[in-house]
Design a binder for this molecule. Structure first.
Ligand code: ATP
Ligand code: MG
Length: 554
């Protein structure tokens, strides 16, 4: 693939501080991969490089591409999430009696909190996380849970994801961890929080270089304490910051770009960016109005079936490629997981394979971690096995993979590829750390030929030829029910959803919907007024035998 002019500059420049602020589909993630390969090819020691991604899934893909360009696997630099980086640093720099901590996964957090309270554990964890990351006040009741929760973790020798960051920063502040990297590259910079930012500043060597890539319009994690204001701090903290814009969008047809770009200008707190479509205009966005969630499901099935097998044309910068439309071309997005559940049942009944983020990921991963830990602490036999084989062989021969499905096996093997060098015992420890740091987002079976069902949050960074956005109703989009409702963040979330689409964007509004057991008639989302009407075609769908309806939306 040929990089464009600005992508090339971002890859090759020797300017020390780089900020690549660019819209969706402009090749930020692709450029980061090219930059890592470029640094390695110019002879930089891999140990001097750290590339931070938002999910381990993104990291695994990036590693794969980098590995394909390397002669020796040993030359793979650190590519992973902040959490994984912190795990590695803490294992190395914590005092001996503390360094053998275990990771408190989300599932374990829930377990601890559930024992303490019969309230929704997700809400309590969310509050505690926000408190630990931003220092914002906790109410009295949550403070009580918080103290008991912290105590329980100490008893069990556990560190949760927030502790990993806080402890690492603490060791950096005390200069126990020295600055370690000469090249730090960060993807999805808009979603890092203050603690992560401080960690990065302290890990960078005095003469080191920092490159951040991000899009403030896609900042969607403020509940975890991320701050788009960090973009504003950059020029103050890093003098002579070089700003590069990638304005060419390779992903979406022009209509989608025009509509989404116009839509996001409704936000007041934002940087304006230039974005130019490379692809042709394409078809208009489609707005479909249906009766209820059942018709929504049926409509998606119908739209998918009508497109399957048809020829799809994707032009990338002069190359026109013909592909056949298959299940994996489609994604169905929604604001909440609950909405996706109903759609999943519909698609399954219609014989359409689906892939979705598994809520039980952490449970099966935890069982693998447990088995691995038992194996390596077992008797002599296992030590003998450990001697002569590599991690991937070990996984096969140890029985760890038994009982897993093909997908789970291929995911584990994929991750193990990055740990196939050095001493086996060390490889296994590193592998266990990486597994423990995975969240349900990270194990999305991307290669499976099936329709993706994703929340807006989980769709970040991905792209699909055909995207359905469901539940286009005021209350769901924007989601006004959350306790810390923020309209601008809701707009950014919808923007992330829209900009996943390459060729077709279909938005569905149901006039009635069952929400929390109540049948509600929510009006169409107010966001409709912010999408230019010339970009969108309205389609009325009548599935039931009722009176024809009017097209009365505008
Ligand atoms: P997002 O903000 O959604 O994460 P991004 O800026 O990271 O988007 P990428 O995912 O890196 O964008 O790239 C989007 C698409 O454009 C990918 O399919 C990628 O392969 C393609 N692309 C990027 N740069 C080029 C290029 N120079 N030539 C051809 N295709 C490109
Ligand atoms: Mg990206």
């Amino acid at each position: 693939m040929n990089l464009n002019k600005n992508q090339k500059i971002a890859v090759e420049t020797s300017d020390r501080y780089l900020c690549i602020l660019a819209g969706p589909g402009t090749g930020k993630t692709l450029t980061i991969t090219a930059k890592i390969i470029h640094l390695l090819n110019s002879g930089i020691n891999p140990e001097e490089i750290a590339a931070l991604t938002f999910t381990q899934k993104a990291a695994i893909e990036m590693r794969e591409r980098v590995l394909n360009n390397l002669h020796k696997k040993e030359d793979l630099p650190f590519i992973g999430t902040f959490h994984l980086l912190c795990i590695k640093l803490l294992r190395e720099f914590l005092p001996e009696k503390e360094k053998y901590f275990k990771i408190c996964t989300r599932a374990m957090q829930k377990e601890i909190i559930s024992v303490l309270s019969n309230k929704n554990p997700d809400k309590i964890i969310e509050k505690i996380t926000k408190f630990k990351n931003t220092g914002l006040n906790l109410d009295e009741k949550t403070t009580e849970f918080y103290e008991k929760y912290e105590q329980k973790k100490i008893e069990l020798n556990l560190l949760d994801f927030d502790d990993l960051l806080i402890k690492t920063l603490h060791l950096l502040n005390k200069k126990i961890i020295p600055p370690l990297f000469s090249h730090i590259i960060i993807d999805e910079f808009q979603d890092i929080n203050k603690i992560q930012y401080e960690i990065i500043k302290k890990l960078l060597k005095k003469e080191g270089s920092l490159s951040v890539f991000g899009d403030p319009d896609q900042a969607i994690y403020s509940f975890r304490g991320s701050e788009i204001d960090l973009f504003l701090n950059l020029p103050k903290d890093f003098k002579n910051l070089t700003l590069i814009n990638l304005s060419l969008n390779y992903r979406s047809q022009a209509n989608i770009i025009y509509a989404s770009n116009k839509f996001i200008t409704a936000n007041i707190k934002r940087f304006s960016k230039k974005i130019e479509p490379l692809r042709q205009k394409g078809s208009k966005l489609t707005l479909i109005e249906v009766e209820d969630e059942y018709d929504e499901g049926k409509t998606i099935v119908k739209e998918i079936k009508s497109r399957l097998g048809a020829s799809d044309f994707t032009e990338t910068y002069g190359n026109r490629e013909e592909t056949q439309c298959t299940f994996s071309n489609f994604a169905v997005l929604a604001r909440t997981n609950r909405q996706l559940k109903i759609i999943k049942d519909f698609l399954a009944k219609a014989g359409i394979p689906v892939k979705t983020i598994r809520r039980d990921t952490e449970t099966w991963i935890a069982s693998i971690v447990k088995k691995l830990t038992e194996l390596i602490s077992g008797g002599y036999t296992s030590k003998k096995i450990l001697k002569d084989i590599r991690l991937s062989e070990f996984l096969e021969s140890s029985g760890i993979l038994e009982g897993l499905n093909d997908l789970e096996v291929s995911m584990l093997k994929n991750i193990s590829k990055s740990y196939d060098t050095g001493k086996l015992l060390e490889q296994i420890h590193a592998f266990i750390d990486e597994l423990s740091g995975l969240t349900s987002f990270d194990l999305f079976p991307e290669n499976l030929n099936a329709v993706s069902l994703l929340t807006f949050h989980a769709s970040k960074g991905l792209e699909f030829p055909v995207v359905f956005i469901t539940g286009f109703e005021e209350g769901l989009v924007p989601y006004t029910l959350s306790s810390d409702y923020d309209l601008e963040e809701e707009r950014r979330l919808f923007y992330v959803g829209m900009t996943r689409a390459m060729n077709d964007l279909i938005i569905i509004h149901a006039k009635n919907r069952l929400i929390n057991g109540k049948k509600l008639s929510l009006p169409i989302s107010s966001f409709i007024k912010e999408i230019p009407s010339e970009c969108i075609a309205i389609k009325e769908v009548r599935i039931k035998k009722d009176v024809p309806k009017q097209n009365g939306l505008f």
